[in-house]
Ligand binder design. Structure first.
Ligand SMILES: [Mg+2]
Length: 426
């Protein structure tokens, strides 16, 4: 196999269930030997396509796909400037596809290439959201009936936009906080103009509704399940410090994205004041953001999005770094992690002794059809299928039946604003 070469690098775009997925496929000079990887950056997918087609494809054709480390390192510096989400996702698509190929060559699942399994299956958490307390409770109970033990809970704040629930665009009649300025309008598409399409967010009403939700879940469902919550970086840092202390009594499994990455240093303050478990990392791109958080034990759960940092090659090294400091992994895994990305997450979940939890958005039927070998979830765990490589494939003919749909502003994340019109981190 020493003369094995990369014959082509192609991008597959598909949207079977309203999330734009980007997959990279690497073909080799060995007929039938190929690999696939996740390069999904759903807010900027066509930028990733350009990074692969215009730059990585010509750089990689003719190289030996066995040289994963050399290909990663040389591709990483081939742009000179590095560590952005576009280039890292493009690199991840290539990197995961190369691990897939290496597993197929070895006739082993990728977790065996990493050293083998440290557990049989990966515990997952699911999202229970609702417009009111009862709806969140009902959904959580339905998940518990299906065997899930870890549940992220998010509830709408009446009259305000709230991350993780359908929520409401500001409604004057429901507001309890500052009066909303509605002068600013945003053109959303050619026919409609909305005031604040992403909605109005105010921290105090949100914190009140979130604390009410934890109280409700503990009072009704009780203490036999683990509950998680995502702040989504929206509140002023000192209010975040206070929230982390307030939620200590509800014993969350973790509190996620309490601050934006720009405010990482506030985690030092949180650590001195509370033992609420801290999860952070889906917005990290660069080792410079991540390493201080791990070495100073400022977080309990590392939530990096594997394609966002460049694939399995850097992620397995990060997992090992986290092991040395007993930081657990909780790789980001919502719907905009493709099933290929989930298969990659699972390889590390199984191999890593300091695995904590795996986020999971239930795969819809059409998505499962497009990706044969989609990791199976039962009894609250994600299970490997034992097939060589990542154990997953993409049905290209079917994928082509779900082309990307047109979106306002190319599919940009909605702008969320404070009542006075100022922008809030999303
Ligand atoms: Mg999150």
């Amino acid at each position: 196999m020493s003369d094995l070469q990369i014959r082509d690098v192609r991008v597959i775009l598909t949207e079977p269930d309203n999330i734009r997925l980007v997959i990279v496929k690497i073909e080799t000079t060995e007929p039938e030997l190929y690999g696939i990887g996740c390069a999904t950056f759903t807010q900027r997918p066509t930028a990733v396509v350009s990074a692969v087609n215009d730059y990585l494809r010509p750089f990689l054709i003719g190289k030996n796909p066995a040289d994963i480390e050399d290909i990663w390192q040389s591709s990483y510096v081939s742009s000179y400037w590095r560590n952005g989400p576009v280039l890292n996702n493009a690199l991840s698509g290539v990197d995961q596809a190369l691990w897939d190929i290496k597993g197929k060559l070895a006739n082993m699942p990728v977790y065996d290439l990493f050293g083998g399994k440290a557990r049989d299956a990966a515990a997952v958490y699911v999202h229970s959201t609702g417009d009111d307390l009862q709806e969140v409770e009902d959904r959580a109970r339905a998940f518990i009936d299906q065997g899930f033990h870890y549940i992220r809970v998010q509830v709408a704040t009446p009259g305000y936009a709230t991350y993780g629930s359908r929520g409401a665009v500001a409604d004057d009649s429901l507001q309890t906080g500052p009066r909303v300025i509605t002068d600013r309008v945003t053109k959303f598409d050619s026919n409609t103009i909305y005031a604040h399409p992403g909605g109005i967010f105010e921290p105090r009403p949100y914190i009140k509704s979130a604390l009410g939700l934890f109280e409700h879940i503990r009072a009704t469902i009780g203490w036999d399940i683990e509950i998680l919550h995502d702040v989504h970086e929206r509140i002023p840092p000192i209010m975040g410090v206070d929230l982390a202390k307030e939620v200590e009594q509800y014993k969350l499994f973790f509190l996620e994205d309490l601050f934006a990455p720009e405010d990482n240093d506030y985690f030092r303050m949180v650590r001195q004041q509370t033992s609420t478990p801290i999860a952070m990392g889906e917005l990290y791109n660069s080792p410079h953001e991540i390493i201080p958080m791990v070495k100073d034990r400022l977080l309990d759960f590392m939530r990096v999005h594997i394609s966002q940092i460049g694939g399995l090659t850097p992620a397995r090294k990060l997992a090992a770094l986290c092991e040395a400091f007993n930081v657990r992994t909780a790789w980001h895994g919502p719907g905009d992690t493709s099933p290929v990305g989930h298969a990659a997450n699972l390889m590390l979940d199984l191999n890593t002794i300091n695995f904590g939890i795996q986020e999971y958005a239930i795969f819809q039927e059409r998505t499962q059809e497009v990706f044969p070998g989609c990791p199976e979830v039962r009894g609250g765990y994600m299970w490997p299928n034992g097939k060589p490589g990542l154990g997953i494939d993409v049905d290209e003919e079917l994928a082509a039946k779900y082309p990307f749909k047109e979106r306002a502003f190319g599919g940009a994340w909605d702008t969320v604003r404070r009542a006075d019109g100022g922008v809030v981190r999303p």
